[in-house]
Ligand binder design. Sequence first.
Ligand code: SAM
Length: 264
Amino acid sequence: MGPKKHLGQHFLTAPAFAKRIAEAVPASGSQEKVLEIGPGRGALSVYLLERFPKLHLVEIDKDAISALRGKLGDSGGYSIHNEDVMKFDFSLAGFPLHVVGNLPYNIGALIIKKTLLYTPGILSCTFMVQREVAERIVSGPNSKRNGFLSIFCQFFGKAKLLFHVPPGAFFPRPNVDSSVFQIIIDTNVESKLESALLNDFFSFVDNGFSMRRKQLAKTLAVKRGRDKEFYCGELRQMGMDPALRPEDLDVSGWLDLYKRTHPQ
Ligand code: SAM
C-alpha cells in the first residue's frame, strides 16, 4: 500500500532525524505519559518506545497499523489507538502528557490547537510541521510572521525551533522544508487568564489579526464595535504606539490589552 496523500503521509526515512525528535521529548519520571500523533509505519515510534515503553499512539490509517505493530514488536507495553486524532480523547493516554509527532501537514495547525487546549493536562509538545508554519509559531513581535498562531501557541509557553529537516529525509519527498519545534507549557498558564475567558481572548486576537495591514486600534474598533480612540488610549497607557499593527504586539501585550478592554 503506497503513501496516502490525503492523510499527509510523508514517512521519515532518515533515522537520525527520528532519533533526534525522540530524544527531544522532555519527559522524566514514570508519572508522565507520552502520546505520539500519526505514527504511520513507526519511523519515529521505535525511538520513542526505547525511551517510553508505555507509549500511546494515535493513527487514523488502519492500513498502517500492521506495519506499525510489526516494527514495534510484541512488547505489549504500548497502546495503539486507531482513530482520528481530532476525535481522540487525550485523557485515554493519561495526564500529565507529553505529545509528539511528525504531523500530517494538512491539519497540523488544528492538531496543535487541540493539543494545547488540553492544558494543564499537557506538559509539552514536540512537533514537526512545514518550516514556514514552525517559523510563524516561534515568531516574536515586530515581525511579519507574528500572527494568530504565534500568539495562540505562545500563550501556553515558550515556543522554540529545534531543527530543520530537508525534503530528502522523507518518502515521498514533500515540496517544502520541515522543522521541529517545541513548546514547554508554562506552569502558570491558569493564572494568566481565567479559563472561561480563553475562547473570548483568542477570538479578540483573531479579530485583531483580521486586517493585518491596518492599525490594530482601527481593526478592533471595526470588529469589536468600539471607538478607535478607546483602543488608542489603552495602547498609549501600555506605553505602546497607538498606531501599531497587530504583529507588533507580543503575547503579554495582547493579554494586557484584552484585560484592559474587557474589565471583569
Ligand atoms: N510518524 C510517521 C513518520 O514520521 O514517518 C508518519 C508521519 S506522516 C507526516 C503523518 C501521519 O499522520 C500519517 O501516518 C497519517 O496516516 C497520520 N494521520 C493523518 N491524519 C490523521 C488523523 N486525523 N488522525 C491521526 N493520524 C493521522
